[in-house]
Write a protein that binds this ligand. Structure first.
Ligand code: 5AD
Length: 485
């Protein structure tokens, strides 16, 4: 996903009772009783969701979440290694911990992509760490935790070659109305810049039967928006007897009673087919939003990146989306300064922005990653040049977004209210196209769907006013809060 700069602390807010495993922790024994944990998550939505599952697993064993590492007996970092800076972050965190917890009474674990990439080296660099576990080994987590609880100080889960997805009934979701759900894990592409196949293992899809059963359960638990996750979500393949296509799966999820919104990310252009657009067209619950990373607007650079499509082929996919009866918003990921990229190549990316008119982009300077094809090429674009190109690209996109958002003035959209900013008295909602819309509101509106009219537009968000207020018998306006179900 493009949101890999997000950094989320996944331990707060939820009391142990809220885990839906029914009353008492299942496996609590004396080693664990009363123990607390703290997880900090770096990186993409898949990492955030993995942490929700790790937290659920810990709580099922009797651990209780706390808000700071100072209070915790067990500290986990769920890490990201997509770029060098992200990967280094965990070592700076571990450095802080080393000073803060000299007596070694805490259990410290490194999970996720850095764990997989660095492996046992982490014990050398940070001897205070006692668990190193990559995402392909999470199914073994209960067993690994048992070893850690027994006092073992060098526990590893580093096997990569798995056919399993991280299936667990214990998921402590952070958001009470929007649920992440993984449908496919790993990646079989070999894009020249990307470390993911080496950190998350081979592609493996969950069967549609299980996905649809999970959807029904999520609705029963009160969730109305479902976000399907996968490194390449549209490479999903069904091993259930029904053999649904990805577009059919989307339709079936959208038809599930009680599901109001479905999003999915991240799609790869290579697997992006017109039936996905048709499914969105015919199912209002499928959000009018597609994230389709292009990476570069230059066919030469795309070839060196091993992306498997040209600029023209990508633009054909965009055309197919733009021809839809629904105004589908499109976002993308872009890398600037890949090996051998020239100013002319970069300008091709700039003109692609005009050709597509994205609603949002996530853009990055190329960062060499170990064990990738790119690591064998010369990282030819100087760092300051990459920085200048990135700024130029972002400024150009800012203008495009401003223009596109301003065109929405006066229109009404349904938003799902995400949060409330008490200082401003503003509710923050998201439209189906994933635009942020701020409007005067109340904290109780969180989790509800409301109609809002757009009265102002900036490049990154909109402002508006409620468009579905009732006037009560007392002459005051009362918000009509729609039932989220
Ligand atoms: N350098 C810079 N950006 C990268 N991405 C992936 N690998 C790298 C790298 N080595 C970006 C891509 C991807 C997004 C999640 O991160 O744009 O789509």
């Amino acid at each position: 996903m493009g949101s890999d700069l997000v950094q989320i602390n996944t331990s707060p807010n939820v009391q142990p009772e809220e885990v839906r495993v029914g009353g008492e922790p299942l496996f609590s024994d004396d080693a664990v009783r009363g123990k607390t944990f703290y997880i900090e998550t770096f990186g993409c939505a898949m990492n955030v969701h993995d942490s929700e599952k790790v937290a659920g697993t810990l709580m099922s064993r009797g651990y209780r979440p706390v808000e700071t590492h100072q209070e915790a007996d067990l500290i986990f970092y769920n890490t990201c290694s997509i770029r060098e800076k992200a990967a280094e972050k965990v070592f700076s965190r571990l450095g802080v911990l080393k000073k803060a917890h000299r007596n070694g009474s805490k259990i410290i674990g490194v999970l996720g992509c850095v764990a997989q990439q660095e492996g046992e080296e982490i014990f050398e660099r940070a001897p205070q760490v006692s668990l190193v576990c990559g995402s392909a080994s999470y199914t073994r987590l209960p067993d690994l935790l048992e070893q850690v609880e027994a006092g073992n100080r060098r526990v590893t889960g580093l096997e990569l070659d798995t056919e399993d997805c991280f299936e667990t009934e214990f998921t402590r979701r952070d958001n009470p109305f929007r649920a992440y759900m993984t449908i496919i894990e790993g990646c079989d592409q070999r894009c020249a810049f990307c470390v993911v196949p080496m950190t998350r293992g081979p592609e493996r899809s969950r069967p549609s039967e299980r996905i649809l059963a999970d959807c029904r359960r999520l609705v029963d638990e009160g969730y109305t928006e479902i976000q399907l996750l996968g490194q390449i979500v549209n490479a999903w393949q069904d091993s259930s007897p029904e053999r649904l296509s990805f577009a059919e799966l989307l339709a079936r999820i959208a038809e599930t009673r009680g599901v109001r919104r479905v999003r999915f990310a991240t799609s790869h252009p290579r697997y992006f087919t017109p039936d996905i657009v048709e499914a969105i067209e015919s199912h209002p619950a499928l959000c009018d939003q597609i994230h389709l990373p292009v990476q570069s607007g230059s066919t030469d650079v795309l070839a060196r990146m091993l992306r498997g499509y040209s600029r023209e082929q990508y633009l054909e996919k965009i055309d197919c989306i733009r021809r839809s009866r629904r105004a589908i918003s499109i976002s993308t990921d872009i890398i600037v300064g890949f090996c051998g990229e020239t100013r002319q190549d970069f300008e091709q990316t700039m003109t692609l922005l005009d050709a597509v008119e994205y609603d949002q982009i996530f853009s990055f300077k190329y960062s060499v990653r170990p064990n990738t094809a790119g690591a064998g090429y010369e990282d030819s674009v100087p760092e300051d040049e990459k920085g200048r190109w990135l700024a130029e690209l972002q400024e150009h996109q800012r203008q495009i977004q401003l223009r596109r958002n301003q065109a929405l003035l006066g229109q009404e959209f349904e938003v799902l209210v995400d949060s409330y900013q008490p200082r401003l008295g503003q509710a923050v909602g998201r439209t189906t196209s994933n635009r942020v819309l701020n409007f005067p509101g109340a904290a109780e509106w969180i989790g509800h769907y409301m109609k809002v009219r757009v009265t102002g537009a900036g490049p990154n968000s909109l402002v508006g006013v409620r468009a579905d207020q009732n006037t009560g018998a007392d002459g005051f306006t009362h918000p009509r809060i729609s039932n989220p179900a």
